[in-house]
Design a protein around this ligand. Structure first.
Ligand code: ATP
Ligand code: MG
Length: 588
């Protein structure tokens, strides 16, 4: 599925290019299975001395505690995209070292979302919790080599002695514990002899460091929690900052790409892996952490906490509500994987935080669907058009192209009869200036059909227009020699009333009405766009009755729509608007 156009260069590609030019990974060995350097001798099923054939290895490491969102799509496209471009491999790794709230439902939805975006991890699907034994062994090594100690201060004491940004920290009285004493305590921690929080294992680095993350960070804590994979085997869990570099190294990752907030953690990442390599537990070259700016999108909220609030307070119809910035939501909305990949390519990767306007993402979706979606006719706000001089019992077929720029997609017949549905706004009893559509005495073309002349309208007792009347000019049918005999300025769409398919159509728009929802201490709820969802019954051309779930169309003059993948039944699809034909927000 690799996109064919050349990829723009960026600082990450420059790093990879330089590493490859320097042959940095030439001597790297990989058993084909995650593991420490020692496991190259103990076969895990792969050929131990095999030279890694992948030129580079990246990974996408989600924590299975929520649904993926637009921001994750940027990271997925980046990591899998680099692997594709450089004949490398990208691992899908569930970062499930935290025993809190990790569920199969999330694992499944993440697998689906990455596949949906068009990426394939091949055999490289991993769970970080499978590495707990190695993480523990490595911790014992750190203790034995004088690089870690058990601290028995309270959490408050530890916080108080950590120092500030400008002032160094104070050493814990337990820092000078002997390795033997720490090791014995650590083993008893593992055996469950102590209460949660009674002791922690800390790396022994530098309490005076200007980087707080190097002031003896905690690497293991006691926590009695059942883990979804390892059950109650452990009452001791590694901290994320300790676990993550090890996961990368065990999987032989070459470039570990993460978001900017981990920049200050990089020295610890390097320190840790270096110590473990010194001890022969890991092989060099070690993975390298590279940070890039996360995706910030205007009009969109990506914070997990706020997304949970929207779902729990039922402000949206669940995680896959088409207005949600989740990938399951995007999929129901009709957004396309190709659109996301283009978006990722277009915004690129940079080192500095920036905001991208939502119109850029919508534009990528629109452009892709403009190229690929077949055209169909839909009347969203219908009013009858009665053709006075067309025989009641007659009907005939007109022809409409499926795609104006792609004649190879062919044409389809659309039935024409005496009564049609047209858009209510395509008639005006008294036309405003510059109005070229239907008004009494005016002629317009019924697109792909005939030229008609408006004769008036019918109203009910309240003055509401119930039908528009006209006569048609039989010699003006589109595609026949007489089609051009009458010149008109207006061109409107229609569907035959007796053939039309009346369907539920959801007109979705942006979930938030302001650029930075929740800014300035406001509750995001106050920034919701009250018009983000409108459900209507539209009159659609009959061909749309056969639309398959997830099939996308341009409804002419309206926008891009998809047959909802959940609510569509065979023969009665319902449609969601993905994006309008034009951007109406940027102008506002
Ligand atoms: P949290 O850490 O709050 O649970 P998260 O969104 O960071 O949530 P992870 O599962 O840790 O979720 O993220 C997986 C990967 O996606 C990480 O590598 C992270 O850097 C990346 N990622 C998350 N949010 C964004 C974003 N807005 N832009 C780009 N990458 C992102
Ligand atoms: Mg995270």
């Amino acid at each position: 599925m690799a996109d064919t156009d050349a990829k723009a260069s960026n600082f990450i590609r420059n790093i990879i290019d330089a590493d490859l030019a320097a042959n940095k990974f030439a001597q790297r060995r990989w058993s084909g299975q995650p593991g420490p350097a020692t496991s190259l001798k103990v076969s895990h099923g792969g050929t131990p001395s095999e030279i890694d054939t992948a030129k580079i290895r990246t990974r996408f490491p989600p924590e299975p505690n929520g649904y993926l969102h637009y921001g994750h799509a940027k990271s997925i496209c980046l990591n899998f995209g680099l692997a594709l471009d450089y004949a490398g491999a990208c691992h899908l790794r569930f970062d499930d070292t935290n025993p809190e709230k990790e569920e199969q439902e999330y694992v499944d939805s993440i697998v689906d979302a990455v596949k949906w975006l068009g990426f394939d991890w091949g055999p490289n699907l991993y769970y970080a919790s499978n590495y707990f034994d190695w993480m523990y062994e490595f911790a014992e090594y750190l203790i034995q080599s004088g690089n870690a100690y058990v601290d028995s201060q309270s959490a408050d004491e530890m916080r108080a002695s950590r120092g500030t940004l400008t002032e160094g920290g104070k050493a814990s009285p337990y820092r000078s514990r002997s390795a033997a004493e720490s090791l014995a305590l650590f083993r008893r921690m593992k055996a469950g002899e102590f209460a949660d929080g009674a002791h922690v294992l800390r790396a022994k680095i530098d309490m005076a460091s200007g980087n707080i993350n190097l002031r003896d960070p905690a690497i293991y804590r006691i926590k009695r929690a059942t883990h979804h994979n390892t059950g109650d085997k452990w009452c001791l869990y590694p901290m994320y900052t300790y676990a993550h570099p090890i996961e990368d190294a065990l999987e032989n990752i070459t470039h570990s790409i993460c978001t900017l907030e981990f920049e200050d953690q990089r020295p610890f990442y390097d320190w840790l892996l270096d110590k473990l390599a010194e001890g022969g537990l890991l092989q060099r070259p070690l993975p390298q952490q590279i940070e890039f700016a996360r995706l910030n999108l205007s009009y969109v909220v990506l914070s997990k906490r706020k997304l949970i609030q929207l779902v729990e307070e039922k402000r949206v119809d669940g995680w896959d509500d088409p207005r949600m910035p989740t990938l399951v939501g995007a999929r129901r909305r009709g957004f396309t994987p190709e659109g996301f990949r283009r978006f990722a390519e277009m915004i690129g990767v940079a080192k500095a935080d920036a905001w991208i306007d939502m119109s850029v993402l919508e534009g990528c979706m629109r452009d892709h669907m403009n190229e690929t979606a077949e055209r169909r006719i839909a009347v969203l706000d219908p009013v009858k058009l009665v053709i006075e001089n067309y025989p009641e019992e007659d009907e005939e077929l007109c022809e409409a192209p499926n795609h104006p720029q792609k004649p190879e997609l062919g044409k389809r017949p659309i039935p024409f009869s005496k009564e049609l549905w047209i858009e209510r706004e395509d008639f005006a009893e008294t036309p405003p200036k510059g109005y070229f559509r239907l008004f009494p005495g005016n002629t317009v073309r019924l697109r792909y059909g005939f030229v008609v002349k408006c004769t008036g309208c019918v109203k009910d007792d309240t003055g509401h227009i119930t039908a528009v009347h006209c006569i048609y000019l039989p010699e003006t049918k589109s595609g026949t020699p007489g089609a051009d005999s009458v010149k008109v300025k207006g061109n409107i769409h229609w569907v035959s009333a007796k053939h039309a398919y009346a369907a539920e159509v959801r007109l979705y728009d942006r979930l938030f009405k302001v650029e930075s929802p929740g800014a300035g201490g406001r509750d995001v709820i106050d920034d919701l766009n009250p018009e983000s969802k409108r459900v209507i019954t539209a009159q659609l051309e009959p061909a749309l009755k056969d639309a398959q779930a997830e099939e996308r169309f341009q409804f002419e003059r309206h926008g891009y729509f998809v047959a909802d993948r959940i609510d569509s039944k065979s023969g009665t699809p319902v449609f969601n608007r993905a994006v309008t034909l034009k951007d109406s927000w940027t102008a506002k």
